[in-house]
Design a protein around this ligand. Sequence first.
Ligand SMILES: Nc1ncnc2c1ncn2[C@@H]1O[C@H](COP(=O)(O)OP(=O)(O)OP(=O)(O)O)[C@@H](O)[C@H]1O
Length: 298
Amino acid sequence: MSIPAIRIAALTKRYGALQALAGVDLEIHQGEFFGLLGPNGAGKTTLISALAGLVRPDGGTLEVMGYDVVSAYRKARRALGVVPQELVFDPFFSVRELLRIQSGYFGIRGNDDWIDEILASLDLTAKAGVNMRALSGGMKRRVLVAQALVHRPPVIVLDEPTAGVDVELRQGLWAFVRKLNRDGHTIVLTTHYLEEAETLCGRIAMLKAGRVVALDSTANLLQRFATHSLRVRLERPQAGVELGGVADGEGWVAFGFDAYAEVEALLARLREAAAGVHEIRLGEPDLERVFVEVMQRA
Ligand SMILES: Nc1ncnc2c1ncn2[C@@H]1O[C@H](COP(=O)(O)OP(=O)(O)OP(=O)(O)O)[C@@H](O)[C@H]1O
């Protein structure tokens, strides 16, 4: 078994009376595309800040690629690229200057070939000489991504990278992040767009009030918590209700089921009951429903 990309054990952090992280254990493997989800205030940003060494935990340990974030700070930091949530820049530097400065921060000189490659991948080549203050919000967001990559970190953490970003840029960004993942980078993503998490992440942890309340593969989460639904429009909705369905008063009756095999049996029973099926719709479980259910149960 290789070293985990990220290993977090018994992590706690308190801000005054508020327990922001209440004992988090989490292991993220190399090469994973991992989602960290949770409602506002769940502790996602605090956890990421602790990983980057920006917040000192009260207890517990954090490692990036086997390096302890406190005792081997420089090595751990070098293994990590963080795309922060907030857009904060010095407005007087150009994009290229900013990326050179960031390279210098990691002790890297002569990084221009790699910088050019990142700029091209993020469609920023034409903006290399432009001052940060003259960029649009979406371009600034891309520069944040570039900044996180200058030192070629194996582990990349993105804290809500698509908040307030238009559809086109979002898709471009995801294509790029997916490529980084295919090239072997471990990706950790926090987002409030559950649809994005569902399509991108192989495994997901859900946080609530500083605790991990669900941790599993995306497929298992979808299976475990949400059932499929079958909605049928019936001539006699009452016949459907008698078979355990829920009527909406407009002719539609909904049934929950766990496996597709159950659908055949259900349709046969509707036929026997002469319910008169006019239309059929299947609903897939989605992460939004899982999320709501997990948060309610936790
Ligand atoms: N510097 C700080 N001082 C005091 N309280 C803080 C500080 N930073 C975060 N908190 C509190 O800790 C809790 C966790 O915040 P955090 O930003 O980690 O949540 P989050 O899951 O990232 O939320 P969001 O989805 O809104 O970004 C919140 O209640 C927040 O108010």
